[in-house]
Design a protein around this ligand. Structure first.
Ligand code: HEM
Length: 522
C-alpha cells in the first residue's frame, strides 16, 4: 500500500515529537532524582525538623503565616530546628534565649545575607542591593558605616525639624480628609505619606507633600510589589531552581518591570539632587553630604545602595506599624484614654503639639510604642542571615553558608519571656523595661535605624493621641495572627479599614497648626 508523502511526513513528525517528549521526561526524572540526593545531603546533622515532600520539602506548609507555622513546629522540634524550603535548608530560631545565644554570641559568624534569586538577582540587578540584602564583604562594611553615621543619635537630632514638620502634616491630613471627624477614612495613604516624606527628606532633601501626588502613587505601588519579591517563601523560584528556566515566568517578568519603574524614580531623585548641589541650592541630607564629601570612600553603587536601603527599610516598616496600631487603638478607647492622660500629665500644660525634641520621655507612650512593635512584629521573620563560619549550637554545628531565620514573631511572643504574650499591654514595658524586643533583629545586622524608628513612632503617637480620638468606622480587624492583607509578604500590613479621627479640640488644634506653619515659613 502506498503512503502519500504528506501522511508520511506527519508520521515522522509524530515519531520525532514522541521521541523528544520521552527525552524531556527522562531528563526531568533524572534531574529530580539528582535533586533529591542534593536536598537530602544538604540536611544538617544534629538538628531535628519536620518531614517534607519530595521536590518542595516544607515549602507548601509555610507559604502563608510562615512565622506562626514555625512557632508551632518549635513545640515538637525544639526552639532551633531545620526546615527545607525545596532546595534551601534553613535553620529557624524560635525562642528569646536561643536567639540571644546565636545572634549575639555569634554576631560576626551570622553576619551575612543569602542572595535570593528574585529580589537579589532580578529586581536589584541594575540599582544594586540594599544594605539589608547585601552579603558580608568590604563593600557592605563601607555601606553600613555610611548608614550608621547617618542614622546615629547625633544625626537624628538634626532630623528633628523634619520629624516635627511631617508629624504636623499628618495631623493636618487627619483633620482635613476626616472632615473634622465626621467621616471615616482609610488612614493608610496618610500614614504612608508621612513615612515616605520623612525618608525622602532625610535622604534627598525633598518632601512628599501630598498622597495625591503622582510620584507618591508610583513609589507606594512599586515598593509594595518589591516587598512581595523580598518574601522569604512567596517566590517559589527562589527555592526551586527548575522554575527559573521557564521563559514565561510571570514573577521574573514582573520583578524586571518593577526594577525599571524603581530605577526611573531613583534616577530622577538623584539627578534633581545633583543639579541642586551643583547650583548650591540643596538642603542638608544624606546623599548631598556624601556627594560633597571628597574624602568619602563610597562609590556610586554604594551611595545608591544607601538610598535604596533608607527608602526600602524605612517606608513600609514604619507605615505598617502605625497602620496596625491605629486600627487597634480605635477598638480600644481605654488605651487611648490612658495615653491621653499620661501625655497631659507629662506635658503639664494644655499645648496641642507635643515637643518634637522630646526623646521618649513620656513613659506610657514610649511603652505603647514598644508594645506596638512587639505585638504587631511587622517583619515577623526579620531578614534572612547566612553563616560565614560554622556556629555551634548545643553540641551540633550549623555549617558555613547555612541560611538562618530569626523568628522575631516567636521570640516576641515567647511564653518563657511573657506570661501573657497574646495580650496587648503597654504596661509590661513599665514593669520590665529591660526585657528584650526582637522586632529590629539582633547582632551585627540589626536594623540600622531603630533609634530613628522609635523617635518617629513616638512623636506620631504623642501628637495623634493628644489631639484626636480614634473610633472604628465599621468592621476594623487588627488581629496580627489573622488579619494581615497578604500573609506571604515580608513586611505585614493589616487589611484595610476605616476610622473616625475626631479632634479633641478642633479650633485649638487648627490654631496650633497654623501658628507652627507660620514658624516654618519664617
Ligand atoms: C518599625 C520600623 C522598622 C522595623 C520593624 C525594622 C525592622 C528591621 C529588621 C527586622 C531588620 C533586619 C535585622 C536583622 O537581620 O537582624 C532591619 C534591617 C535594616 N533596616 Fe530596619 N526596620 C524599621 C525601620 C527602619 C528605618 C526607618 C530604616 C531607614 C531609615 C531602616 C533601615 C534598615 C537597614 C538599612 C537595615 C539593614 C541592616 C543590615 O542588613 O545590616 N529600618 N530592619
Amino acid at each position: 500500500m502506498d503512503i502519500p508523502g504528506t501522511a508520511l511526513s506527519r508520521i515522522f513528525v509524530n515519531i520525532y515529537c514522541l521521541y523528544m517528549a520521552v527525552w524531556v521526561l527522562i531528563t526531568v526524572v533524572l534531574y529530580l532524582c539528582a535533586n533529591e540526593v542534593v536536598r537530602s545531603r544538604s540536611r544538617i546533622t544534629g538538628f531535628r525538623g519536620p518531614k517534607g515532600l519530595p521536590v518542595v520539602g516544607n515549602l507548601l506548609d509555610v507559604l502563608d503565616h510562615t512565622a506562626q507555622k514555625c512557632q508551632q513546629w518549635a513545640k515538637t522540634f525544639g526552639s532551633v530546628y531545620q526546615i527545607q524550603l525545596a532546595n534551601t535548608t534553613v535553620v529557624v530560631v524560635n525562642s528569646a534565649s536561643a536567639a540571644k545565644k546565636l545572634f549575639i554570641s555569634n554576631s560576626q559568624a551570622l553576619s551575612s545575607r543569602p542572595l535570593t534569586y528574585t529580589f537579589g538577582k532580578i529586581a536589584s540587578s541594575s540599582a544594586g542591593l540594599t544594605i539589608g540584602t547585601s552579603p558580608y564583604d568590604d563593600s557592605l562594611k563601607r555601606k553600613k558605616k555610611g548608614a550608621a553615621s547617618a542614622l546615629n543619635r547625633p544625626s537624628i537630632q538634626t532630623y528633628i525639624p523634619y520629624l516635627d514638620r511631617e508629624s504636623r502634616t499628618f495631623l493636618e491630613d487627619l483633620l482635613h480628609y476626616g472632615k473634622g471627624g465626621t467621616i471615616a477614612i482609610d488612614p493608610l495613604p496618610l500614614i504612608q505619606r508621612l513615612s515616605l516624606s520623612l525618608v525622602m527628606t532625610i535622604n534627598w532633601g525633598v518632601r512628599m507633600p501630598s498622597h495625591e501626588d503622582e510620584l507618591f502613587k508610583e513609589i507606594t505601588e512599586v515598593e509594595e510589589e518589591l516587598n512581595r519579591f523580598r518574601s522569604m517563601v512567596g517566590n517559589l523560584q527562589d527555592h526551586i531552581p527548575l522554575l527559573r528556566m521557564n521563559p514565561f515566568n510571570r514573577t521574573s517578568t514582573k520583578a524586571r518591570d518593577m526594577r525599571r519603574r524603581r530605577d526611573r524614580y531613583l534616577n530622577k531623585l538623584n539627578a534633581d539632587l545633583a543639579e541642586k548641589v551643583a547650583k548650591g541650592t540643596d538642603k542638608p541630607c544624606i546623599q548631598a553630604n556624601v556627594l560633597k564629601d571628597a574624602e568619602a570612600k563610597l562609590n556610586e553603587v554604594e551611595l545608591r545602595s544607601i538610598s535604596l536601603s533608607i527608602l526600602g527599610g524605612g517606608f513600609e516598616t514604619v507605615s505598617n506599624t502605625v497602620q496596625w496600631t491605629i486600627g487597634y487603638l480605635a477598638l480600644h478607647p481605654e488605651i487611648q484614654d490612658k495615653a491621653f492622660e499620661a501625655i497631659r500629665e507629662f506635658q503639664g500644660s494644655d499645648g496641642q503639639l507635643c515637643d518634637a525634641a522630646d526623646d521618649l520621655k513620656c513613659t506610657y507612650v514610649a511603652a505603647l510604642v514598644k508594645e506596638a512593635l512587639r505585638y504587631f512584629t511587622v517583619v515577623p521573620l526579620a531578614l534572612p542571615r547566612e553563616s560565614i563560619r560554622g556556629v555551634e549550637y548545643e553540641g551540633s554545628l550549623i555549617p558555613t553558608g547555612t541560611t538562618v531565620y530569626l523568628n522575631a514573631w516567636a521570640c516576641n511572643y515567647d511564653a518563657e519571656l511573657w506570661s501573657d504574650p497574646d495580650v496587648f499591654r503597654p504596661e509590661r514595658w513599665l514593669e520590665n523595661p529591660d526585657a528584650p524586643l526582637f522586632t529590629f533583629g539582633l547582632g551585627y545586622r540589626m536594623c540600622s535605624a531603630h533609634l530613628l524608628a522609635y523617635r518617629e513612632l513616638y512623636l506620631v503617637f504623642m501628637r495623634m493621641l493628644r489631639t484626636f480620638r480614634l473610633k472604628a468606622g465599621g468592621d476594623v480587624r487588627c488581629n496580627p495572627r489573622s488579619d494581615m492583607k497578604n500573609p506571604r509578604d515580608l513586611i505585614m500590613s493589616s487589611k484595610p479599614y476605616r476610622v473616625f479621627c475626631i479632634p479633641r479640640d478642633r479650633e485649638r488644634l487648627k490654631q496650633a497648626l497654623v501658628a507652627a506653619k507660620a514658624g516654618d515659613e519664617e
